[in-house]
Design a protein around this ligand. Sequence first.
Ligand code: NAD
Ligand code: UDP
Ligand code: UDP
Length: 375
Amino acid sequence: ASSDKQTSPKPPPSPSPLRNSKFCQSNMRILISGGAGFIGSHLVDKLMENEKNEVIVADNYFTGSKDNLKKWIGHPRFELIRHDVTEPLLIEVDQIYHLACPASPIFYKYNPVKTIKTNVIGTLNMLGLAKRVGARILLTSTSEVYGDPLIHPQPESYWGNVNPIGVRSCYDEGKRVAETLMFDYHRQHGIGQLQFLKALTLTFLPVISSRFSRFLYVLVFCFVFIEIRIARIFNTYGPRMNIDDGRVVSNFIAQALRGEALTVQKPGTQTRSFCYVSDMVDGLMRLMEGDDTGPINIGNPGEFTMVELAETVKELINPSIEIKMVENTPDDPRQRKPDITKAKEVLGWEPKVKLREGLPLMEEDFRLRLGVHKN
Ligand code: NAD
Ligand code: UDP
Ligand code: UDP
């Protein structure tokens, strides 16, 4: 279902293409697709801190939940829409954070055709919406676009090593197409077109009679354009991750709290770099507010093997549990670590929370949800 209903008793003025410009930075209406999920709900919390923001979440609750947003339901500046992004959405917004897509391998492999439709048709619809209203749109792409990388760490310039027919390809190839769509809309309907429109405006200005119509001509054609931002997110963890969503950090913490053995998938020497969710949200917001289209890697360069991660979780949460080796799934990338030089230079961003600081914060949340008290 699509909706353009207002729940706010005093709706802010209708969005103007000028809002995205440097002339006017107030009263933003921001759409977050996938905002009921893990990263999306933390982003909602942060954006709602600014009283000038009105936040709209569109989510089909496949992996997300209303529970993640319960503190905002009923708030005059917040609106939640049950919506599947593979269907068109007609609303008026200034910015779009497009997150909708399951992120855990278990869930994105569960219905791979739906995953690729979400990535391709979902992103197309969000771009169509952004184009119609002249909004700025940020795509949360992924480090999976690098596949099983042959360059380490991975800079944005690396084109990747992806199996196009593998079981992960609905997700990684899906995100690669989503990035392609973003850049094609940018080239076709983006700020580059502005130069062309300016030239056109200057050519025809002399034949437009009234000053007012000239003003409108310049205003409309010079400011309605799509602006894109692409973040390549590396493994992110923190409170509100689905307890049983199958990703490694949530699995290990849940297993440690339940007193079960930690399941390290073979060979255990494969690496990942884990970013705490507050750092991620900060990076995404800086990218949205900055001038660079990206793609920009957002992730924590601290790199760990899965055995090292298991040992750290064991030491911090439950030293008495075992670590057992189990079978892996196909096409598991052997190494992953972001090169964040660009994020540092362009966004002035780098992660602050170390793995040993972030894990206890997540443990606290999991303890509450699992009802396991600290001795
Ligand atoms: P998540 O699964 O918790 O959140 C995804 C949200 O999208 C959920 O609320 C889900 O219900 C919603 N959704 C899925 N399909 C939809 C559809 N067709 N229409 C509308 N809503 C839909 O995942 P997350 O960890 O919060 O990830 C958010 C985004 O970040 C995703 O795009 C993911 O690909 C990207 N990302 C995440 C990570 C990570 O480590 N968490 C890493 C790389 C990229
Ligand atoms: N779209 C949408 N909301 C809008 C505008 C467009 O969901 O406000 C969808 C539209 O249904 C289409 C897609 O976005 O499927 C791409 O739209 P665009 O206008 O770029 O392409 P076209 O409709 O011309 O194929
Ligand atoms: N993994 C593991 N035990 C688990 C779940 C995952 O050892 O219970 C490994 C998995 O093989 C992979 C890494 O952890 O090498 C990260 O997997 P995850 O599903 O969290 O994310 P992604 O593969 O998308 O990076």
